[in-house]
Write a protein that binds this ligand. Sequence first.
Ligand SMILES: Nc1ncnc2c1ncn2[C@@H]1O[C@H](COP(=O)(O)OP(=O)(O)OP(=O)(O)O)[C@@H](O)[C@H]1O
Ligand SMILES: [Mg+2]
Length: 247
Amino acid sequence: MAVIAVYSVKGGVGKTTIAANLAWQSAVVGEKRTLLWDLDPSGGAAFLFGVEPRAKKKGAAAIFRGKEDAEEMIQPSGYWGLDLLPADDSLRGLEHSLLALGKKKRLAKLAGELSGKYERIILDCPPVLNEISAQVIRAADVVIVPLPPSPLSQRALQAIRKELAANHKQHPPILPVLSMFDARRGLHKQLRTGMPDWPVIPMSSAIEQVAERQAPLGSFAPTSPGAAAFAELWQAIEAKLEDLGAG
Ligand SMILES: Nc1ncnc2c1ncn2[C@@H]1O[C@H](COP(=O)(O)OP(=O)(O)OP(=O)(O)O)[C@@H](O)[C@H]1O
Ligand SMILES: [Mg+2]
């Protein structure tokens, strides 16, 4: 089993869109039993599949306190091999719960407990730099960081690298991804020359439609450039996992 986190300190950079489409790619194309686990209380990941969280009294954060069973909160996505662990409002208290628990590897442990059922767990993360992101980094085999082409994104990447170096003796590799890339824009093209090896996700109306249709891109526009980009990104991740001997 391998854990793939889609993470950035910045909001609105395409994390949820990438996590959802990678999860579909992993399950439907890669034929790997996959769980998409949404850690962001705003709850976009399951929404992209038209799935609502189960009305459990204690909520998704209770899993971390051992008060709720992850498997009971997991729902089918409607696609082969792909399940969802939706977020809900209870996750707003997750950082507090994790700090109170004092178990630094709680997320890693919970993910490990699901390894009999899933070959890939994809974490959709909130844009925070706190105990939640620290747990994500301890749980992940690889961290995907979407960065729209802007000098501010470079700063976000530096902040993440700095945090990893300062607070994690051992940490998973970071795979930066140029997200929302528009080849017609001069600045985008210019910034891309500085990072020629990074996988690219184009800015496209087809990708925007994922949220409107509540369906992964590959399911309704399999020949679109966006779908090809998600497929390529997935291959890059799988290659990385193989290099690491993970999963
Ligand atoms: N490649 C793309 N092309 C066009 N629109 C995109 C692309 N990626 C994401 N979007 C749109 O941009 C918005 C933000 O994307 P998304 O929710 O995936 O970002 P996020 O990083 O998860 O945000 P948050 O930090 O709020 O969770 C959404 O409306 C989404 O549909
Ligand atoms: Mg999101």
